[in-house]
Design a protein around this ligand. Structure first.
Ligand SMILES: Nc1ncnc2c1ncn2[C@@H]1O[C@H](COP(=O)(O)OP(=O)(O)OP(=O)(O)O)[C@@H](O)[C@H]1O
Length: 257
């Protein structure tokens, strides 16, 4: 078991899910997310794919209440993020691995978050062990390598033992060992019945990590499917993805010759 604590009573007993209903966000006259309706299921890893600028981060920010939809809604366990009693216990997120005070130790960072969310202090030690940072937990987080920062960000996401995990490009910049570690962790968390929603540009990595896929382009849903279905026509996942998104890629280079 990855989590190591009984599910906190604040987490509803319903299946943890993410539901997007007609979710829409405009910036000026550009529609970043366009009537996106998706249900992200528990028990599997769902990859969130789309070309640059297709609206993945904006969607994740709206799920976390960091950005407001112009239309539609994003629900976690049936309620909006702002209405969750103990958000960290319902949904854990990794959006920006640098989001901590550089002068604070990893342990102090986690302890402060635990205290403000009524999470037992023992949980801090537990997640430090899960992410492999126990030995460096008293070092200032500002001295951590990129891989260690990603691990600290994942420790934050796991702190409340949430039923839903949301990770925006968690393997960015990681070495092969780190990539494999995250893959195994995410698959283990899904196997425990959690909802794991993870964006990535690394298609080959998603083929190994995800069971289901949500593919968007220019803010719109292009496919909600399984990895197996998408490659069923004989394509590899990269070819299938490029075919699916060929009409919605904004910036394309040309051959040098
Ligand atoms: N705060 C903002 N103000 C104006 N436009 C924004 C803002 N945030 C995002 N956008 C625009 O919304 C669109 C979607 O951006 P978003 O970052 O959600 O895409 P993404 O799929 O996460 O991209 P990437 O894969 O490159 O990280 C882009 O056109 C982007 O320029």
């Amino acid at each position: 078991m990855v989590s190591g604590l009984p599910r906190p009573s604040a987490v509803p007993s319903v299946d943890p899910v993410i539901e997007l209903r007609e979710l829409t966000r405009r910036y000026g006259n550009r529609t970043a997310v366009d009537r996106l309706t998706v249900r992200v299921q528990p028990g599997v890893v769902t990859g969130f794919l789309g070309p640059n600028g297709s609206g993945k981060s904006t969607t994740m920010r709206m799920i976390l209440g960091l950005d407001a939809p112009d239309h539609g809604e994003a629900l976690v366990d049936g309620v909006r993020y702002a209405d969750l009693s103990w958000p960290l216990r319902a949904v854990g997120a990794l959006l920006d691995a640098g989001a901590f005070h550089p002068g604070r130790s990893g342990r102090a960072h986690l302890a402060a978050l635990a205290a403000s969310n009524d999470i037992p202090g023992a949980r801090v030690e537990r997640v430090l062990r899960v992410v492999g940072l126990s030995d460096v937990a008293d070092r200032r987080a500002g001295t951590y390598s990129l891989g260690m920062r990603q691990r600290l960000g994942i420790a934050v996401a796991l702190l409340g033992d949430p039923g839903v995990l949301l990770l925006d490009e968690p393997v960015n910049g990681l070495d092969p060992e780190g990539i494999r570690w995250i893959r195994d962790l995410l698959r283990g968390l899904a196997a425990e019945g959690r909802t794991v929603f993870v964006s990535s540009h690394l298609i080959a990595e998603m083929a190994l990590t995800a069971d289901r896929l949500v593919v968007i382009g220019r803010g719109r849903l292009l496919a909600e499917t399984t990895v197996a279905e998408l490659v069923a026509g004989g394509d590899n996942l990269e070819d299938a993805f490029l075919r699916l998104t060929s009409q919605v890629t904004d910036h394309r280079g040309t051959d040098v010759s």
